[in-house]
Design a protein around this ligand. Structure first.
Ligand SMILES: Nc1ncnc2c1ncn2[C@@H]1O[C@H](COP(=O)(O)OP(=O)(O)OP(=O)(O)O)[C@@H](O)[C@H]1O
Length: 241
């Protein structure tokens, strides 16, 4: 499996420079944990990595080949699970998941969906409409996408929010399995998630002008993003049908 790198990345959101001069490297079996206070840019970096937000400077590459030279190849390598859920309320859990599996080109999306729900410990929610799922069940359903629509690089924004302890342990096991098979994981978190041998990236170290991160006054200025997001801040970034 190839190596994914980011070089000299700079990210602007609204009129605010969020991080600058940020480098990372992740290879087969690697894990990168994004840490930093609220607003320091963890979600923004994940969206940059997913190709949903354009950095104003810097480059992402697979084995040195810039992502813009092969955007389809990049999409095929990546599965992004955002921290807002993308569960369609009228579809059942299995239908939601089968949609994602079909989008990823699975030969039998319905079978993939059921197998993934089983692995996440929630086979009983298969026929339950999204609107009736609890917060933790929705989270498990979103994480089940990682299995129903497999990709080499998992990009996970606060993946354990709303999960109970058993689900967190199960999820840590899935990460370990994925890495053992050569897969890669980048995740943001405010809690401990076991990623033995993984690296940490502290976003506040890349605050602009070398200053430590400090909360602003909350004013975003009402200006549109200078580097607009390529998709809205909804999890999964694409709406189910
Ligand atoms: N769509 C947007 N338009 C303008 N500014 C944005 C947008 N989304 C986020 N921001 C700003 O970008 C900065 C970084 O936000 P981001 O969500 O990446 O931080 P985070 O480290 O993930 O925070 P948290 O720990 O609270 O989830 C914040 O100042 C935030 O207000």
């Amino acid at each position: 499996m190839p190596v994914f790198t980011g070089t000299e990345l700079t990210c602007l959101r609204g009129d605010r420079l969020v991080f600058t001069g940020l480098d990372f490297r992740i290879g087969p079996g690697g894990a990168l944990v994004l840490l930093g206070p609220n607003g320091s840019g963890k979600s923004s970096l994940l969206r940059v990595m997913a190709g949903l937000l354009k950095p104003i400077r810097g480059q992402l590459a697979w084995d040195g080949v810039p992502v813009p030279e092969d955007p389809d190849g990049h999409r095929a390598q990546v599965q992004y699970v955002g921290h807002l859920d993308a569960v369609k309320p009228v579809l059942t859990a299995a239908e939601n998941l089968a949609f994602w599996a079909a989008l990823a080109g699975a030969a039998d999306p319905a079978a993939n969906a059921l197998a993934a729900l089983d692995r996440l410990g929630v086979p009983h929610i298969a026929g339950v409409p999204g609107r009736y799922l609890s917060a933790g069940q929705k989270r498990r359903l979103n994480l089940a996408r990682l299995l129903a629509a497999p990709a080499a690089l998992w990009l996970l924004d606060e993946p354990t929010v709303a999960l109970d302890r058993a689900a967190i342990a199960l999820f840590e096991g899935l990460i370990a399995e994925h890495r053992a098979e050569g897969g890669m994981v980048v995740l943001s978190t405010h809690t401990d998630i076991a990623t033995p041998g993984g690296d940490e990236l502290h976003l506040d170290e890349f605050a602009p002008y070398g200053e430590p991160y400090a909360e602003d006054d909350g004013a975003e200025g009402g200006e549109p993003d200078t580097a607009p997001d390529l998709a809205p801040d909804t999890a999964g970034e694409r709406a189910a049908p």
